[in-house]
Design a protein around this ligand. Sequence first.
Ligand SMILES: *Cc1c(COP(=O)(O)O)cnc(C)c1O
Length: 371
Amino acid sequence: MSEVFPIEPRLLLGPGPSPVHPRILEALGRPTVGHLDGQFLAVMDDVNERLRRVFGTENALTFPVSGTGSAAQEAAMANVLEPGDTAIIGINGVFGGRLREMARRMGAEVVAVEAEWGRILDPEALVDAHRAHPDARVLAVVHAETSTGVRQPLGEIGQYLAGTDTLFLVDTVTSLGGIPVALDEHGVDVAYSGTQKCLGVPPGLAPISFSERAAERVRTRETPCQSWYLDAGLLAEYVGEGASRKYHHTAPINMMYALHEGLVIAEEEGLPERYERHERVGGILREALLERGFCLFAQEGHRLPQLTAAVLPEGWDEGALRRRLLQEHAIEVGGGLGPAAGTLWRIGLMGHGATEESVERLLAAVDAVRA
Ligand SMILES: *Cc1c(COP(=O)(O)O)cnc(C)c1O
């Protein structure tokens, strides 16, 4: 291997990417074959099957989009929205804001339902917005708001929307593989994610899933999907088991091996056990931060275990200390975004990184840079 740019390893405890299991790095090195090779198609089919299990769905149209979480976010919006449609968007952080921006770019009329950063979106407010706009084609929320550490409850909204013609669209980029997403149980119609958060796979693929009624919406659009690359109707001809396997674009072959390995590792541990591990380790971190004088940014009772937004104690220099964690201790944590910039750290305990050892290393480093 060329040593022109040697890369020092880091302990990745930010909002993503998360630490990658050595078996996944090894999987990336398997032989590259063609995207129509039966060997590859078998891996892809198995990935789609495993994705259904981790998404908690029977949705036939479930596959990884080529790209990162943002590509799948754009794919979700582009496929179910047409110009002039109404979209109700819940916004309580950066990623809800991006949903609004993407819906606008699709030509939709956006009805924004906002909540203060750090608070959940009130399900009643979303239902009220729908009552005022019953013709809305989509209602979208972020399940795990990575900018604030808030965990949005889904059940009540999903139940309500199931009796309407409005699709329930949910961003599960930071939740998939870390906390249960249970799409079918919650009545979610479109969900997308990314590989680089709680699945613990490098960035580069982005799982997406469409319910039958969402897939029907895609098939019966009046205008073509604005994105050719992300058009789920075209992609379905390649990704589906029993589909014609018609060439659309070259699948990222080696990333598919990596995602496959990541999903195998998750199921070897057991999904309930994996969720329990994230819960437990996240709880230990929260306690330790409170003891050190940090404040937790997210509303009590709605905190994500895999992403803790923690406001630094008075007088700590956020940026300088974060740089020292990286330079002196090879640990990456994230800074705040938007209104939270400069005041808090976003600490991710995701996938392979969600361990007590990660917490201990981080705390020892924090204590050292403060000493
Ligand atoms: C990270 C993230 C995204 C975007 O994913 P990328 O992989 O950075 O493109 C979207 N939504 C949420 C909630 C995220 O945390």
